[in-house]
Design a protein around this ligand. Sequence first.
Ligand code: AGP
Length: 609
Amino acid sequence: MCGIIAYTGTRSCTDLLYQGLRKLEYRGYDSAGLSVLSGGRIEVIRAVGNMDSLEKELEGNGHSDARLGLGHTRWATHGRPSTENAHPHSDCTGNVSIVLNGIIENYVNLRSELAANGHEFTSETDAEVVAHLIENHYNGDLLEAVRLTYADIEGHFAFCAIHSGHPELIAGARKECPLLIGVGKDEAFIASAIPAFLSETRDVIVIGDEELFVATPAGVTIMDLEKNELEREVTQVNWDVDAAEKAGFETFMRKEIYEQPDSLTDTIAGRLPDGGGVVLDEMAISDEVLAGIDKIYIVACGTSYHAGMVGRYVLENWSGVAVELDVASEFRYRDPVLSPSTLVVGISQSGETADTLAAMRQARKLGSKVLAITNIMGSQATRDADGVIYTRAGLEIGVAATKSHVAQIAAIHLLALYLAQARGAMSAGEIDGIASELKAVPELLQTYLRHEATTHEIAKRYYQQPFFLYLGRGVGLPVCLEGALKLKEISYIPTEAYAAGEMKHGPIALLDEGSPVVVVATDGHVYDKVISNIEEVRARSAAVIAVATEGNEGIKAYSDDVMFVPATSELLSPLLSVVPLQLLAYHIAQLKGCNVDQPRNLAKTVTVE
Ligand code: AGP
């Protein structure tokens, strides 16, 4: 977690660093800070809270002469959010300043050794040891001190360091956590993610895993751990700068909910050609191998896990391969039974989630083929996989995943069709029939979004309720799990999501008069069963809020409120039925006055286990 940025160049950099941190705030926002070289000294400005707090701290404190500096936005792992624990961290002399993303696993030992040698620590963080180690190793060569420090530390991290004796130099390293360089004219930016410098340059160099770098206004050098220079291509990113702004919406989350039709269109584009069949350019796992697999194992976390759960129903039905599913944090510490004929699918919007990456690596070690479904080009997940399916949802800023989720589901639909094609599990005609239906979904979703007001009205009736139960069957179950996660993470209202048939085995005891129960009751082979479960809920005088298929007027007799979604086939329906649940959560959170883009305690990218 955490976002880091560094700058070296010819421009005054305090504001550049600050603006970059604003774009990285989604990675953590419990404290933030900057360090700049000004008047020959390193000046550190830090604040607890989000970037607004740092902005206040910077007022009248801009150090306009600074041309070298670091910035950090924090999501606490070691040490509570406080000014002392905020980055950048310094050594004992104040000559060294560092920012770090990740975790130093052996920091306790390092800290006591350094303390025994007279180093004084000012924070409770693991990261501070890096500044003191650099101080220890520094002998006039910052890169060498960084290299030796890298050798001392264990864990997963990316860090940047500056020294007051080197007014143009940034040195740093990365191991597993992301770090990219934005190259400009006589300047360089180093950051955890591209949006941090996208308004300044589109020329990007990726620092590889277990590599060192140095940057000055004259250029950038990437090295292996022995300081051998490595060739690195500069790639041009074509992202839209405005994508990082709210484009007229009051929050990123609502903007991103409205971007879902585009997110779907882009994810499908070119992959279901008019001539028939499924094309996945980055699959890189041969049809022969895919034809031989006997099990699919899906690993993911949070919302991505829920997309994976939709995948279980779709993949089994269309490709005929048995599917298992686990949250990555459990999978990695079990003894999963995998073989070379297992296909492991890691789903991760960010492509940086520590648990998902660890699960994917473990699967590879056990000889399985690994496929990544991710939204971020060049992310670590793409490097830990044999093949990739990119979702093309674009930049997602809201901590609550929305447009990336529907894109993940669509990517799974594509994978299932691709497998069905490779394995001969469906005829060309059947595949093309589903492809046409899938291509029609973005337009249906666009139509649905015009009816947002209905969901807003329903939210007004229920937002003061202390608890919500979600019930669904079949593909309606992962939709419920996702709807319940959305509500709890942005409104802080406790929720439960259950397989509707399981309700009578326990959760029914939670129901009282008027308790809101959200039921996904879209058309499908389990619809009648869901209606029976609704009857059980109503017999306890609870209030039913149903998600149903347009045209099903009969559902009104069983529900207090209905959110209708357009009709599509059952296995495609989660692409539509999850959207009213996103909007319901959104409006409830807004009515409660919550910050939906930055829910408490959360961060967008979870790079710690
Ligand atoms: C959901 O709204 C959250 N953002 C969270 O559950 C997220 O899906 C999870 O942390 C996994 O992230 P990833 O897709 O980037 O791996």
